[in-house]
Design a protein around this ligand. Structure first.
Ligand code: NAI
Ligand code: MG
Length: 481
C-alpha cells in the first residue's frame, strides 16, 4: 500500500519485497453503487519481468529450499497469523470491491489463514519412495519444487483463491508470482503485507496487478516461469494453455462449470431446497462450482418448483455491507451478459418462472432467477455466473445421468435421494471431479477439487493439491560390492 490518489487509497505492486508504483493505474469499482473505491498500479511488462526475475533469483538462492521443512512450516504459520489479523480491514475492502456480504468477505481471510495452516502441516510430509532394484543398487524418489510458479487469480473469491494455490506452492518450496484480478485487486494487495510482516524472504512471493491481455499475458508468456496455475473462464484458460506450449510449461486449469443436481422422487425436498439456496445463490451465483441446473424427477417436479419459487422469491437483494441475501453482480458488463442470456433463453422456448431481468436501480443487481429450459438450449449448456437456476425433468434414471453429463463441463455434481444404493450408483455415473449427496459445497480445504472436460484438469485443495507444485526426481545409486 502507499498513498492516496484523488482522495482514494492507492495500492502498489509487491515485487522483490518492495512496493512498486507505476505510471498507469486501474480504478476499482464498488458493484453495489458504481463508485470508485480505490486505485492500484498497473504492472508494466518490465515489472512483470522484474517479478519473475526476483522469484527466479530467490529460488536459485534456495531461499525456501535450504531451510528445513520445519522452518518452512513455521513461515506458513506466521503468514496464517498475519492474514487472520487482517480479516477485519481486509474483509471491508473485499466487501466494497467485490460486493459480497461483509461476513463472507471476512470469512475469505479466515479461510485463507486456514489454507496456510493446512499446508504448513504438510511442509514436512512431502515424502518420496524407495524402490527395490536388487542387490547393489539403492533407488529412491524425491519431490522437488518446480521453481517459479505463475498464478492467475479471478475476482469471485480473490483472497481465498490466492491462498489455495500460494500456500501449497510455498509448502513445497516454490517462489511465486501472482497476477491479481484487475476487477478486485485491493484485498489481494493487502495480502502482500501479510507476507512482508511474516518475514517471507524477498522475491519468494510477488503480487502484481494488471489486465489479463497485457500483464497476465506477459506473465504466462515469460520464459522464466516453470509452472502456471489458472482459475477462470474457458477461453482464457485456452489462451493460457497456448502460451504454455511455447515454453512447454505444465499447468493446472480450474475453469468453469454447468453443474447439475439430480433430484430423485424419494428426495427430502427440504434438503434439496437448502442445497439449491446455497448452491445457486451463494456469491450471487458467481461461483465456478455453483449448482446451475436441477434435474428433477417428473413426479415431484411441481411440488419442488413451487417451493423453489417461494424460497428464491423471498430473498433480500442488496449491498454486501448490509448482509443482503443476494448481492450485486461484479460489473455492468457481466450483468448485461446475464440479462441477454435470460432473454435468449425465453426466445429459445424456455419458461421464466422467477426473476429473469436485472433490477432498474443503482449498482448491478440480478434477482434470483428460475428458468425451465430444454437440455439443448444455451441457458442449459453455458455458464451464466449469476443467480440463475435451470430446471429440467426426467423419468428414467439413465435419462437423469445423460442430462447431467450432457454438457462440455464436469466440475461438481449432486444427487438427492434417501436410497444409498441409488446415491452410490449416481455418484459413479456422474462425470465430475466431485459429487455431493444430499448437500452442496460440502467439504473444504482438505477435499480435492477440480474438473473433467472443459472444467479443466489438476486438483486443488487437500493433500492431492500439493503434488501440483512438485516434480518427481528418481535417484539411482550403484553401491560397491
Ligand atoms: P477471465 O478468465 O478472463 O479472467 C480471470 C483471470 O485471468 C483474471 O485475472 C484476468 O486478468 C486473467 N486473464 C485474462 N486474460 C488473460 C490472458 N490472456 N493471459 C493471462 N491472464 C489472463 O474471466 P472474466 O473475464 O473475469 O469473467 C468472464 C467469465 O469467466 C465469467 O462470466 C465466468 O463465466 C467465468 N469465470 C469463471 C471463474 C471460475 O471460478 N471458474 C472465475 C472468473 C470467471
Ligand atoms: Mg475476460
Amino acid at each position: 500500500m502507499s498513498d492516496t490518489h484523488l482522495g482514494l487509497t492507492h495500492w502498489n505492486n509487491y515485487i522483490d519485497g518492495e512496493w512498486v508504483d507505476s505510471d498507469q493505474l486501474i480504478e476499482v469499482e464498488n458493484p453495489a453503487t458504481g463508485e470508485v473505491v480505490g486505485t492500484i498500479a498497473e504492472a508494466t511488462p518490465e515489472q512483470v519481468d522484474l517479478a519473475v526475475t526476483a522469484a527466479r533469483r530467490s529460488h536459485t538462492a534456495r531461499s525456501l529450499t535450504s531451510i528445513t521443512p520445519y522452518e518452512r512450516m513455521q513461515m506458513l504459520h506466521r503468514v496464517a497469523a498475519e492474514i487472520r489479523a487482517l480479516a477485519e480491514q481486509g474483509g471491508e475492502l473485499l466487501c466494497l470491491e467485490n460486493g459480497k456480504p461483509l461476513s463472507q468477505a471476512q470469512w475469505e481471510f479466515e479461510e485463507a489463514a486456514r489454507y496456510f495452516e493446512y499446508y504448513a502441516g504438510m511442509a514436512d510430509k512431502i515424502e518420496g519412495k524407495s524402490i527395490p532394484l536388487g542387490d547393489g543398487l539403492v533407488d529412491f524418489t524425491v519431490y522437488e519444487p518446480f521453481g517459479v510458479s505463475a498464478q492467475i487469480i479471478p475476482w469471485n473469491f480473490p483472497v481465498s483463491l490466492v491462498a489455495r494455490s500460494l500456500a501449497p506452492a510455498l509448502a513445497a518450496g516454490n517462489a511465486v508470482v501472482i497476477k491479481s484480478p484487475e476487477l478486485t485487486p485491493l484485498a489481494v494487495a493487502l495480502l502482500a503485507q501479510a507476507m512482508h510482516k511474516a518475514n517471507v524472504p524477498a522475491g519468494v512471493v510477488n503480487i502484481i496487478c494488471g489486465y489479463g491481455h497485457t500483464t497476465g499475458a506477459a506473465l504466462v508468456c515469460h520464459s522464466g516461469i516453470d509452472q502456471i496455475v489458472f482459475t477462470g473462464s474457458v477461453p482464457t484458460g485456452q489462451a493460457i494453455l497456448r502460451a504454455a506450449t511455447e515454453h512447454v510449461v505444465p499447468s493446472v486449469m480450474e475453469l468453469g462449470g454447468k453443474s447439475a443436481g439430480i433430484v430423485f422422487a424419494d428426495a427430502d425436498l427440504d434438503q434439496v431446497l437448502s442445497s439449491a439456496e446455497v448452491g445457486n445463490l451463494y456469491n450471487s451465483g458467481q461461483v465456478c462450482s455453483a449448482m446451475s441446473r436441477l434435474i428433477v424427477h417428473e413426479d415431484i417436479k411441481q411440488e419442488l418448483t413451487q417451493k423453489l419459487i417461494a424460497c428464491f422469491g423471498a430473498k433480500v437483494i442488496g449491498a454486501g455491507i448490509d448482509e443482503s441475501d443476494v448481492t450485486p453482480i461484479l460489473t455492468a458488463n457481466q450483468l448485461a451478459k446475464i440479462d441477454a442470456m435470460c432473454e435468449h433463453a425465453v426466445n429459445q422456448g424456455g419458461q421464466c418462472l422467477l426473476g429473469g431481468k436485472s433490477l432498474d436501480r443503482a449498482g448491478y443487481f440480478m434477482p434470483p432467477t428460475i428458468i425451465e429450459a430444454a437440455h439443448d438450449s444455451d441457458i442449459a449448456q453455458q455458464e451464466v455466473f449469476g443467480p440463475v437456476l435451470v430446471l429440467m425433468s426426467f423419468t428414467t434414471e439413465q435419462q437423469a445421468y445423460d442430462l447431467a453429463n450432457g454438457t462440455e463441463f464436469g466440475l461438481v455434481a449432486g444427487v438427492f435421494t434417501q436410497n444409498i444404493n441409488l446415491a452410490l450408483r449416481a455418484s459413479n455415473a456422474l462425470v465430475a471431479g466431485q459429487v455431493f449427496v444430499n448437500e452442496w459445497f460440502a467439504g473444504g480445504i482438505s477435499t480435492p477439487f477440480g474438473g473433467v472436460g472443459k472444467s479443466g484438469f489438476g486438483r486443488e485443495k487437500g493433500q492431492e493439491a500439493l503434488y501440483n507444485y512438485v516434480r518427481t526426481k528418481n535417484i539411482a545409486i550403484r553401491l560397491k560390492p
